[in-house]
Design a protein around this ligand. Structure first.
Ligand code: NAG
Ligand code: NAG
Ligand code: CA
Ligand code: CA
Ligand code: CA
Length: 165
């Protein structure tokens, strides 16, 4: 019983409320997936495997967290582009976080000259482009990229009875 309490307390205090392999930032947990696939397959992977979606990056702080994580883990991610959950699937430069919330992009971090839809007008999925210092780029959705899944951080569990009072 004591051991169980100690375990619960440890989980509680380190805030380990993201699933294994996920990293916590703000209200969300993120998994950085070192497998390459097309945008649709990547979204499906997040959903099937983790009940998550491709990441929706809505603030400068969230963007910085993701870029910092990738720069801190260059042994795995250096030189790879990373899908995010944004698409322009109506071909009219109306970018949306289509994977989950279907809201328009508010914060953006486009690389200069992007989005340019340059692949025969078919670049309509959002990525962090390694050759643009992980700034945002539109690219062909069928390209095989690594990607980032995001799911909500579990709400804090209530205080344990008799602990910390
Ligand atoms: C990146 O590394 C720095 C320096 O060790 C650390 O302070 C920061 O929390 C790390 N950020 C992420 C998102 O891993
Ligand atoms: C997303 O929102 C747009 C604009 O409101 C709407 O036209 C579109 O049908 C929505 N898509 C989905 C999948 O809900
Ligand atoms: Ca988000
Ligand atoms: Ca690319
Ligand atoms: Ca582009």
């Amino acid at each position: 019983m004591l051991r169980l309490l100690a375990f619960l307390l440890a989980v509680y205090t380190v805030g380990a409320l993201c699933p294994f392999g996920f990293t916590h930032y703000g209200e969300s947990c993120y998994a950085f997936i070192a497998e390459e696939m097309g945008w649709d397959k990547a979204e499906d992977f997040c959903l099937r495997k983790y009940g998550a979606h491709l990441a929706e990056v809505k603030t400068a702080g969230e963007n910085k967290f993701i870029v910092d994580f990738l720069n801190n883990n260059t042994h795995t991610f250096y030189g790879y582009d990373m899908w995010l959950g944004g698409t322009d699937n109506t071909f009219d430069n109306s970018w949306r976080w289509a994977a989950l919330s279907n809201t328009t992009l508010t914060f953006t971090d486009w690389s200069p000259g992007q989005p340019d839809g340059s692949f025969q007008g078919l670049e309509r999925c959002l990525e962090l482009e390694s050759s643009y210092n992980l700034k945002w780029n539109d690219d062909d959705c069928s390209d095989h990229n690594m990607f980032i899944c995001e799911r909500p951080f579990n709400p804090p569990i209530p205080p344990l009875p008799g602990v910390g009072r």
